[in-house]
Design a protein around this ligand. Sequence first.
Ligand code: ZN
Length: 139
Amino acid sequence: MKSYRKELWFEIPTRRGFVNITRQVEDCVRASGVREGLALVNAMHITASVFINDDESGLHQDFERWLEGLAPHEPISVYLHNRTGEDNADAHLKRTIMGREVVVAITNGRLDFGPWEQIFYGEFDGRRRKRVLVKVIGE
Ligand code: ZN
């Protein structure tokens, strides 16, 4: 069995943002030489997500509004976690609902997606360097 590991680094200049990382994951699959297998892609931080959805106009703003409705960043004082002196309780909650990781099948050397599926990095407490792990296994 072949195995390949890579860390992708991101530094989002704003508190929140979404980045399409499909191309970078495809590069990992190519570099792995795996033709049949699985690719795991996970955020290595508890205030960031990796998820699959469409790269459609307006959708990321809709995610942003939906998440702010569920867990607004402010007022910071409503969160018990922020009594530690942090201000990112909302980011922990947003990460939980958007998910930690995705697993995508690799068939014939390519990510085996549905018609509109793409992989995104979701940042909820940015302005610092953070990592995504890509692990590819197979033959
Ligand atoms: Zn925290």
